[in-house]
Design a protein around this ligand. Structure first.
Ligand SMILES: [Zn+2]
Length: 132
């Protein structure tokens, strides 16, 4: 595994354009997704991607809220067209090619903290993102 620190800069903009491309194909509200969107999305999805994430219908990205990059991983938080905060996680699948690992909305119960009244949030099992 390549864990050099100086070689992981600069993948954010690449992942942002990938995100735009993916969201063009994403199932939209009102059932207007391209009929073959699964086939067309597949090459951009990492092996660990859960198809459950495709069940949420979203349009976007609107405003980008935050980006984080660590070796082999880029996270992009953005607001979709309905102002839900979403988080896209991209991972390096080799040869510096990035693919989408997950795309989840911020938990509406705990707002991403993973805690609710001092206890592990039941809405997201403490992850702060997505629903369980
Ligand atoms: Zn939660």
């Amino acid at each position: 595994m390549n864990t050099t620190n100086h070689a992981h800069q600069g993948h954010v903009s690449e992942c942002l354009s990938l995100l735009h491309e993916i969201l063009q194909l994403w199932p939209a509200p009102a059932g207007t997704e391209p009929p073959d969107y699964r086939c067309r999305l597949r090459p951009m999805l990492a092996n660990g991607f859960s198809e459950v994430d495709l069940l949420q219908r979203l349009l976007g990205p609107g405003e980008i809220s935050a980006t984080r990059e660590s070796p082999g991983r880029v996270e992009i938080e953005f607001y979709d067209s309905e102002r839900w905060l979403q988080k896209a996680v991209f991972v390096d699948v080799g040869n510096s090619a990035f693919k989408l690992l997950s795309l989840t909305f911020q938990c509406p119960v705990c707002f991403g903290t993973g805690e609710n009244d001092g206890e592990v949030c039941g809405g997201c099992s403490g992850s702060g993102w997505g629903a369980t």
